[in-house]
Design a protein around this ligand. Sequence first.
Ligand code: SF4
Length: 329
Amino acid sequence: MPVKIGIPRALLYYNYFPLWNGFFKALGIEVKVSSRTTKAVLDKGVKQAVDDACLPVKLFFGHVIDLRDSGVDFLFIPRMVSVERKAYICPKFLGLPDMVRHNIPDLPQIIDVTVNMSRNEKNLFKALAGAGKQLGKSGFAIRKAFKRGIEEQERFHRLNRLGFLPHESIEQMENGLLDQNFPPNLSREMTIALVGHGYNIYDQYISMNLIEKLRQMGVNVVTPDNLVDDLIEERSGELPKRMFWTLGKRMIGSAFHFMRSDHIDGIIHVASFGCGPDSFTGEIIERHLRRKRRVPLLNLTIDEHTGEAGVITRLEAFVDMIQWRRAAQ
Ligand code: SF4
């Protein structure tokens, strides 16, 4: 029986799953992803996580428990420090393997290699090579598997640039659908940019199916993942000081781009309750927009108690307001 490694469907799953999946599969390892988020998965995470953790971290705990109960041999929880030169991921990611290890009993072995590309981007290979070695694989097999992982990640980015959202791109890749399938959101009359962490906006349960709800209201949805990294970097350069925090920089850079694009009718900023960085990211976007006064903005903060009815009412009111605004112009 092949060795089975568990990857939680949470946090950076929406950014790096194709790389991790391609790498482990090429090593002959079976990859098991946790179930989709449900109330039960979230409740288990909330119960086990420390009270002051943000919602996405609590949810991550729920997905780890789901994998533990499914009987995987290993859990892949990399310690994500930095994914680009001279910029860092939120500190919560640094301590994630330790938080999980000390709060959830009876876990299988955790592979918690450190990814720190702040000084050298080759460190990504070093981290995955460390994971491959822990699984008893040879240097040759690891190099081949890494190449495969990178190819998968590049294909994922290409699909996102075509207009698919990351959860759709992953599904396309997993189910072997055609890359040419027309992206589902490019044919409607109104376009709204959804700016938030991938782990909030693409998780259907946590986001209360925000993307589908908007599409049902006749809205195209675009997100930072549809943009090329260089554009986001360039736009974030409008800040008086370079931002050293990758996730916030991506949100601010893409919001700055969307707010001056003729194709964007409104921006929704989705923040997590309990997230310090999100609160100042939202504030910067709001201030910038107020000065430009061009695109309407809706700020949505979600937590484990957010009611779906309230979110739908706010979305409907936002979409109606954009329509009235357009009619009046
Ligand atoms: S950026 Fe915010 S939501 Fe994301 S892990 Fe850090 S504290 Fe949590």
